[in-house]
Design a protein around this ligand. Structure first.
Ligand code: ADP
Ligand code: ZN
Length: 519
């Protein structure tokens, strides 16, 4: 087998990373594959090496135009003839490349899916011998994924038009069942060899921090924990990106912004400065990062809560690709949940999908409130069982803070939800427990309930904290609607009857009127 030889000759590696050999061997033997590997797992080699081995050309379909040039440059550097076609090329270079492709000058051709809508391009491909179609970021074909791209739906028809049928290889870092199923169906993978590689990233320290002073937390990380090192701060909106950047620069830090509202030149410049160590801190929306392969990013801070676990895992996964310790922190504030719900509510989409979006958000809300191991919670989301209770290296495992028994409080809350007939949301339940004279509370006669004012001495914030904890622990559920409602689960009965005790971290209960200055 020439695989090992080419691996070292072209790529300079002695061994394969986990899962690579299985996938590469299958592709070279003419089998379809589905490679599910976390970010940084080494997906690109799984189509680059087969491309060298196979007789015809390999077509790589990727949504990441910015990444194509880097990959192609690196391949050419290694002596592998590769090129790309995309909208960044002027007419002359585009035509020149077409001529070269026609003359079989290349082993690898990178395109964005939009290219498949250009009839002349499709004709050219049909005239060539295409050995392999590699679909990168394959979850983009699924509307259940976090990054649906309609043009991905052109791929199956395109493959169908090629004769003989090439090998089809799909790669993604998304492992949820619905997405995987849709990738297989829509791409019509034939008996694919599947490889799922572990999602655990042991060097990443996941944590959730509840603070009223988010900027203070960030500057502390920059100056005390990782001085002078690279980090990314993700914000939910362009406006927040701008304001956080301005405040950091105002404090004398070297930071730059990246979001979709900036000019392509400005974005490109900031991105290059970040990659070339000219600029340590990038403040960005989720527009930043897909395909960025900077190995030494030491911290990824989410200024606002992300919308779902897949997006979070990908964004956090940009830290510590060199295997060295890195921190992945969500700066949690309840206001962010409200904002994310509004964003989802504004989405023009089917009710089915909207429910899914609310459910996905709820998983993240639970993640922010759980006392369990955070790493385990992430792995659980991706369907991977951990062989430990506590990883010993996440915010919750490291947090030695005292646990207090909140069973009595939990009983009060649960019985209040029960008396309100499982029909109201968080704020109403809090209002009733605190004995609010709010018009709606009085109109509905809730001041007559035995639980009215039962927790009047508690701040709304600590009640919210406790209620969300009860959700995270599975005693309550929040329905996945635009106006979510709290409902008891069967497990709540065990707490109400005193058969089960509820613990919570003491310091989290003392949150005074949280100064959530977040935006
Ligand atoms: P992904 O696309 O899955 O996020 P990449 O293909 O960019 O990951 O690979 C991640 C990193 O792993 C890159 O720096 C790459 O050079 C490195 N890598 C890939 N395969 C191997 C290997 N067999 N041995 C050592 N390093 C590898
Ligand atoms: Zn842990």
């Amino acid at each position: 087998m020439t695989l090992k030889k080419n691996l070292s000759q072209y790529f300079g590696y002695d061994t394969f990373k986990e899962g690579q050999e299985k996938i590469i061997t299958a592709v070279v033997n003419g089998q379809d594959v589905l490679g599910i590997m976390p970010t940084g797992g080494g997906k690109s080699l799984c189509y680059q090496l087969p491309a060298i081995e196979l007789p015809g050309i390999t077509l790589v379909i990727s949504p990441l135009i910015s990444l194509m040039k880097d990959q192609v440059d690196a391949l050419v550097e290694m002596g592998i003839p590769a090129t790309f076609l995309n909208s960044s090329l002027d007419e002359v270079s585009y035509q020149k490349r077409l001529t070269e492709i026609r003359a079989n000058r290349y082993k690898l051709l990178y395109i964005a899916p939009e290219r498949l809508c250009v009839p002349a391009f499709v004709e050219l491909m049909r005239a060539l011998s295409v050995s392999l179609v590699a679909v990168d970021e394959a979850h983009c074909i699924s509307q259940w994924g976090h990054d649906f791209r309609p043009h991905y739906r052109e791929i199956p028809g395109f493959i169908g038009s090629l004769a003989p049928r090439p090998v089809v290889a799909a790669y993604t870092a998304t492992a949820t069942t619905l997405v995987i199923q849709e990738i297989k169906e829509l791409l019509a993978l034939q008996d694919p060899v599947e490889s799922i590689i572990g999602f655990d990233r042991p060097n990443l320290l996941y944590q959730v921090v509840k603070t009223g002073d988010k900027l203070g937390y960030i500057t502390d990380t920059i100056t005390r924990i990782f001085p002078g090192q690279a980090g990314i701060i993700y914000c939910a909106t362009r406006k927040t990106v701008e304001s956080v950047t301005a405040r950091l620069i105002g404090l004398g830090f070297s930071a730059a912004a990246y979001h979709g509202g900036m000019s392509p030149e400005e974005r490109e410049r900031n991105q290059q400065d970040f990659i070339n160590d000219q600029l340590p801190i990038m403040v960005a929306t989720n527009a930043f990062g897909m395909g960025i392969n900077k190995p030494d990013v030491r911290f990824i801070i989410h200024y606002n809560m992300p919308q779902n676990m897949e997006a979070y895992y990908q964004e956090a996964g940009r830290g510590g690709r060199d295997g060295e310790p890195s921190h992945c922190t969500i700066l949690y504030s309840p206001a962010d949940i409200v904002k994310q719900k509004q964003l989802i509510g504004l989405n023009q989409t089917s009710p089915e999908r909207q429910t899914l979006l609310f459910e996905n958000l709820q998983y993240l809300v639970d993640y922010c409130h759980t006392n369990d191991c955070l790493r385990k919670s992430i792995l659980h989301y991706f369907g991977e069982a951990a062989d430990y209770e506590r990883c010993g290296n996440c915010g919750n495992c490291l947090d030695q803070s005292e646990m207090v028994d909140i069973t009595r409080d939990a009983q009060k809350i649960l019985s209040c939800v029960y008396r309100m007939k499982n029909r109201f949301g968080l704020n109403m339940v809090i209002a009733v427990l605190r004995g609010s004279k709010n018009k709606k509370v009085l109109e509905l006669g809730f001041d007559q309930l035995s639980t009215y004012g039962l927790m009047g001495e508690q701040s709304a914030e600590s009640l919210r904290e406790m209620i969300m904890t009860l959700v995270a622990k599975g005693y309550l559920v929040v329905t996945a609607d635009e106006y979510p409602v709290l409902k008891l689960t069967p497990a709540a009965g065990r707490v109400l009857k005193g058969h089960e005790t509820v613990f919570h971290k003491k310091h989290l209960l003392n949150l005074t009127a949280a100064k959530t200055r977040s935006s």
